[in-house]
Design a protein around this ligand. Sequence first.
Ligand code: PMV
Length: 367
Amino acid sequence: MGAEQQATAVRSDESVRPASAGSVQSVHSVRADAPGTATAVAHPNIALIKYWGKRDERLILPRTDSLSMTLDIFPTTTRVRQAPGADRDEVTLGGKPAEGDARQRIVTFLDLVRERAGATHRAVVDTENTVPTGAGLASSASGFAALAVAAAAAYGLDLDATALSRLARRGSGSASRSLFGDFVVWHAGREDGTEEEADLSSYAEPVPTGPLDPALVVAVVNAGPKDVSSRAAMRRTVDTSPLYEPWARSSGDDLADMRRALGRGDLAAVGEIAERNALGMHATMLAARPAVRYLSPATLTVLDAVLGLRRDGVAAYATMDAGPNVKVLCRNADADRVADVVRAAAQGGAIHVARPGPAAQLLDEDG
Ligand code: PMV
């Protein structure tokens, strides 16, 4: 499909779907810094119903719907400037030139934006992550969400939040959810139509919730790099794990239960569902051939501490992603107590406490 048709497809998508509930209005209410230049900020998110498994590796279409909470900590700020005359994209991460796979993923993403915009100029991209190295919070979600918003604005693509979430998805699946604040669902999209219909129908949007005042306590039990990337682990699990299909089916039920629990503001139910969904995801990996095991003895120690909190009447529930670190969902009022217990169990690992965070935003010149 040519650039013209791509851009048309994005616009027609917007005309049929109402703009998503207000949370990213700011994306459209401010202007880019200067022609061809834009700066955006986005926050990480943690899935309560996990995205695990793709059905299309190129378009990054997931096998299942997922649902997350955007955090109010560790934003990524990304500036994109068109660079007429440059013969390659210049990409820096935290002031250092990006290399290898990290650079390639960003260049491939910029190529997609240029194709849609009918643009040819290379870009200068500066990204500042505030996530401490090895914090156990992947920066790819906030990173590609910020890049999608900044690059679309810098190249003059006028996309609504839904279309921006689809664009961010192409950088990293979980990035689609960081376009929005608070609780967010990412639809797997239609499987019965054309490739274009599948692409158009796989987007994120906010999830309405009842009164919830949650906190997420992040326990970093191992800050080192992981042996197997989430991309590779996902692929191996889908291809070889006999537990994958049953988990994918039950994850659909978990999502329906989760929406109801969020709607009535039932934090204990939200936590229970999130915990069983995450443990199920890890079970699929343990059954992969060869097994992918991210959970370490320290992870299990923290999980025991979470069980101990529950025995003492504190609503605390754990979730883990593609790594050994544990995120504990609890009531904001209990966050200090949960953090103390988790800190003791995490044996010196760093503890971060997050609350629901904001949508991605395009910044004006003053930030
Ligand atoms: O978006 P990726 O490719 O980094 O995959 C993220 C997968 C999990 O973090 C394990 C689950 C999720 O839904 O975020």
